[in-house]
Write a protein that binds this ligand. Structure first.
Ligand code: GDP
Length: 295
């Protein structure tokens, strides 16, 4: 995860380590290198520029030039700013409703269905919740089947209506079913499309209005870099979602989505997906991610 970015940042700091005396020029040189590393990791241009401007201000404010170990101080400042960029504190998923309802959104292939299963499993095993999964994709029978297979693996029931073409009704019926049968958590997996389109947005917005979820999560493939950020912006404008799920962080992800999304859409990254298996889910901790990036 983010291997290239980590290596590049390490190299940037060498500029400071190698110098006997630190000058404003080699601080600037280092930060120019840091900015290049961020841009190569597909970080949004404005985000990268603001980032290095802030680091520079803090570095000069904290007297990096006269510090005993200037490169260490710089690494600390960059670490703290990276954590801040990714949201600072960990964002908790609040599930107060009975049943609590979580609505999943995102493009097809983002990992939405897999994540629905992962979240159900995690909340069942760690928080003792009794989840009901809901298949609201009325276009792809294979998607319903996929959710059922996941449900069986984690022993969580899946609500679906094979004949229905009305996802709003399916979601509402599922909530009734949960109430009747004592499930305290309803996870609604919705249809994804290959690109953002009006019909898709109308449909998911209608489901959201009808079920009034405790949380709406936007699931996005971290491998898609800047596109991930643009898609997040479009979904957020329509859905005002609660938080982001970044999937496929186990792959060769460059880091741009993780580092840009928070600033661009002002919503926290809440969970990450780190593999195809149902256990491969983690709560997102910005400071820990900054630790990993800086090695
Ligand atoms: P959906 O169309 O958004 O519901 O996406 P799926 O849940 O069907 O996932 C699409 C593909 O991505 C599947 O092959 C999943 O196994 C895979 N996938 C989902 N999450 C992850 C992840 O965190 N890491 C990896 N490596 N693969 C994932």
């Amino acid at each position: 995860m983010f291997d290239n970015l980590s290596e590049r940042l390490e190299r940037s700091f060498k500029i400071l380590k190698g110098e006997g005396k630190i000058t404003e020029i080699n601080v600037a040189e280092t930060l120019k290198d840091v900015r290049r590393a961020l841009l190569d990791a597909d970080v949004n241009y404005k985000v990268a520029k603001n980032f290095t401007d802030t680091v520079k201000e803090k570095a000069l404010g904290q007297n990096v030039l006269t510090a005993v170990k200037p490169s260490q101080l710089m690494v600390k400042i960059v670490h703290d700013e990276l954590a801040r960029l990714m949201g600072g504190d960990t964002a908790e998923l609040e599930l107060k409703g009975r049943p609590a309802v979580v609505l999943m959104s995102g493009l097809q292939g983002s990992g939405k269905t897999t994540f629905s299963g992962k979240l159900a499993r995690m909340l069942k095993t760690k928080k003792n919740r009794k989840p009901l999964l809901v298949a609201c994709d009325v276009y792809r029978p294979a998607a319903i089947e996929q959710l059922k297979v996941l449900g069986e693996q984690i022993e969580v029931p899946v609500y679906s209506e094979l004949e229905s073409k009305d996802p709003v009704k399916i979601a509402l019926n599922a909530i009734q079913e949960a109430k009747a049968k004592g499930y305290d958590l309803v996870i609604v997996d919705t249809a994804g499309r290959l690109a953002v389109d009006e019909q898709m947005m109308n449909e998911i917005a209608a489901i959201k209005d009808a079920v009034n979820p405790d949380a709406t999560l936007f699931v996005v493939d971290s491998m898609t870099g800047q596109d991930a950020v643009n898609t997040a912006r479009e979904f957020n404008e329509r859905l005002d979602f609660t938080g982001v799920v970044l999937t496929k962080l186990d792959g060769d992800t460059r880091g741009g989505a993780a580092l840009s999304i928070r600033t661009v859409v002002s919503k926290p990254i809440m969970f990450i997906g780190t593999g195809e298996k149902l256990e491969a889910i983690d709560v997102f901790h910005p400071a820990r991610m900054a630790d990993r990036i800086l090695g």
